[in-house]
Design a protein around this ligand. Sequence first.
Ligand code: PDD
Length: 286
Amino acid sequence: MSRIVYVNGDYLPEQEAKVSIFDRGFLMADAVYEVTAVLGGKLTDFDGHAARLERSLGELGMKMPMTRDELLDIHRELVSRNDLVDGGIYLQITRGAPNDRDFAFPPADTPQTVVLFTQSKPGLANSPAAKKGIKVISIDDLRWGRRDIKTVQLLYPSMGKMMALAAGADDAWMVEDGKVTEGTSNNAYIVKDGKIITRELSHDILHGITRAAVLRYAKEAQMTVEERAFTVEEAQAADEAFITSASAFVMPVVEIDGAAIGDGTPGRVASRLREIYLEESIKAAI
Ligand code: PDD
């Protein structure tokens, strides 16, 4: 069955959805996006994603094309029209489609392009990978300097994912000035002597919505959190490691660059945080 997707005010079968070849998202990666998880037919952390979307747009001098309530209605309508139970909603907003290619931005009143579609992943919360943990490799971070803006410039993260797969791993952690920034599409953490260590927020990383929730739950559970950058060597010598994102939630990492982390199986802290995160986000989902 084909999906019903949203394009600029219309709900259409995916085959009928069209965007101009002059769209700035297509030609210039002049666009931002969000991915919101859906569990049991409900949206998790919608407000966090909407707030970050507004911030990303603002940092690029773009406006929010609709109110937050209208955006929520579209998300819910897509869940309903596609009978989505578990998975996610991808949203992308571009600076629009002027009638030619030009480095200069088009006039401010150029209509933005707004696209949303669902991705169904049945049983997402019970992913077998979470029981086994994933393997990562380290690669240089060659992305631009404003990774806090969630733009669609995903070529390098996509290449990083391919480098990881070619090396027999699952994902890559990117390294800049000797310290891990983040994963290709997730935030990175280690656990040492009971302390959760993750890079502090700056322009260097995406301010993960899952990260914010997980750190809040960790503090509520009296776990110690240290926000600072760490090296690959520290990760290899850590007791545990994990990643967070809206699509992986909390996912244990059991190997980095071929070295087992801890005993090479998902750690206690990561597994506990995954449980808490899923329980709380399902409770708070809307
Ligand atoms: N990626 N860092 C990067 C570079 C990301 O692309 C993502 C999310 C995260 C985690 O952010 P959040 O917890 O808000 O999902 C961190 C999404 C899931 C994606 O690109 O599919």
